[in-house]
Design a protein around this ligand. Structure first.
Ligand SMILES: C[S@@+](CC[C@H](N)C(=O)[O-])C[C@H]1O[C@@H](n2cnc3c(N)ncnc32)[C@H](O)[C@@H]1O
Length: 397
């Protein structure tokens, strides 16, 4: 291990396998021992120490964009029944509103060459953090009620990391792209099976951004999903227990037995919606007169009701045409608007097209092209390519 004034180089010796209690850390045996660099990144007062594969370290930009600034939302840390501490919003938050952005304090690879002396690396990393940040990390472990951590490695492994992708030198290194980011504030965000916020990694500012996906009332807890929330309760429970070691106390997991069955059925309906063979495609619905005018509309409206009831605004799926991921809420609204266009129902087409534009606007995904298309359709609905597509079948029928 070579130590210089501002960074530490760790060379995997290729034969010492360090065990670690970190649940998410994997060790592997690469053909050539890898070299890792441990160094501080100049990001914020809380400090940030990264342990990176030397190839990845070379690709790290020397500067990052400033943290995006948002309306100060004064997130508070409070007790959440059955979940320890959690993040709460004292203010009303709107769907699509960014809650906060945060730099990591530690960045580590997900998969580390088994020859790396991890214990030394973790000691080194912690010693480089400001004393105040180290204190906060310790407080994090104490407040979760667990035993005092016995080492830096133990302490770091206690904190649930977020998976952040970093640029890798080439496609062959894609297996080492994913890193564990440890965050002081974000790591307090609890899980819910109907979360009201989502997070995303912003490589330009090297930060995690938390965004509301529905209205969050003053005093409400901010939650994210730690697991696939479209699964039935017993599978979510199994996954949360296996990966994070807790039993979920969210409002969907504490329902009575009958309501859990209803919730599972709704989640199944939503997760299989786009591939369900029993539902006609839009084209088939337009062409076949035996499909009643409201079959598809009622199904999409039911999906929107379930999304709201189950708190599943987080659901998104790949569009078959482009493969691009889009919010399921937007997809259902678009589909209803197209059905009304096909039926030449001017009033309802206008209502749902406006809703499609508003939903996109809230989440900043209403590009100028789409905005123009919507305004054209609203001023002259017959411009919509599927205008009358179902009605003409009726007339033919
Ligand atoms: C990343 S921490 C979240 C902050 C933590 N509650 C605290 O007091 O610092 C994850 C831990 O919080 C608790 N937790 C998070 N979501 C929960 C939920 N839905 N039900 C019960 N416990 C939860 C579990 O103990 C879990 O291991």
């Amino acid at each position: 291990m070579d130590v210089s004034s501002n960074y530490t180089q760790l060379r995997a010796s290729g034969h010492i396998a360090w065990s670690t209690s970190a649940p998410s850390l994997r060790t592997f045996y690469p053909a050539q021992p890898r070299t890792y660099i441990v160094r501080s990144l100049d990001l914020s007062q809380s400090g940030c120490v990264a342990m990176l594969d030397a190839g990845i370290d070379r690709l790290m930009p020397s500067r990052f964009n400033l943290l995006p600034t948002f309306k100060p939302s004064n997130i508070t840390l409070q007790t959440s029944p059955g979940k320890g501490l959690g993040l709460f919003s004292p203010n009303m938050v709107y769907p699509g509103e960014a809650l906060f952005a945060e730099h990591p304090i530690l960045v580590l690879p997900y998969a580390v060459d088994a020859g790396v002396p991890l214990r030394e690396a973790y000691d080194d990393m912690l010693s480089r953090l400001p004393a105040q940040t180290r204190q906060e990390l310790l407080y994090f472990c104490q407040s979760t009620g667990a035993h005092e951590p016995t080492s830096a490695q133990h302490l770091i492994s206690r904190i649930t990391p977020f998976a952040i992708p970093l640029s890798v030198p080439n496609r062959d290194s894609s297996d080492v792209e994913m890193h564990r980011g440890v965050f002081l504030k974000m790591s307090r965000c609890n899980h819910s099976c109907g979360p009201n916020a989502v997070w995303r990694w912003d490589p330009e500012s090297f930060s995690l951004i938390l965004t509301a996906i529905r209205y969050i009332n003053p005093g409400e807890e901010i939650t994210i999903a730690y697991t696939n929330v479209s699964l039935p309760q017993h599978e979510r429970r199994f996954n949360l227990r296996r990966s994070f070691g807790f039993r979920c106390a969210c409002e969907w997991c504490t329902l009575d037995h009958k309501s859990v069955l209803e919730s599972d059925a709704a989640r199944f309906f939503l997760s299989t919606f786009w591939d369900s063979p029993s539902r006609p495609s839009f084209k088939a619905w337009c062409q076949e007169s035996f499909y009643s005018s409201d079959t598809l509309i009622l199904d999409h409206q039911r999906a929107l009701r379930y999304i709201q009831r189950e708190g599943l605004e987080t659901l998104s799926s790949a569009l078959p045409s482009t493969g691009i991921h889009m919010s399921d809420t937007i997809r259902h609204i678009d589909a209803i608007s197209m059905c009304y266009a096909a039926l030449e129902d001017i009033d309802k087409f206008a209502i749902w097209t406006r809703r499609a534009a508003e939903e996109r606007e809230a989440f900043n995904v209403l590009g100028p092209d789409r905005k123009l298309v919507f305004s054209k359709w609203l001023s002259n609905p017959s411009c919509c390519p599927v205008w009358g597509a179902k009605k003409s079948t009726y007339l033919r029928g």
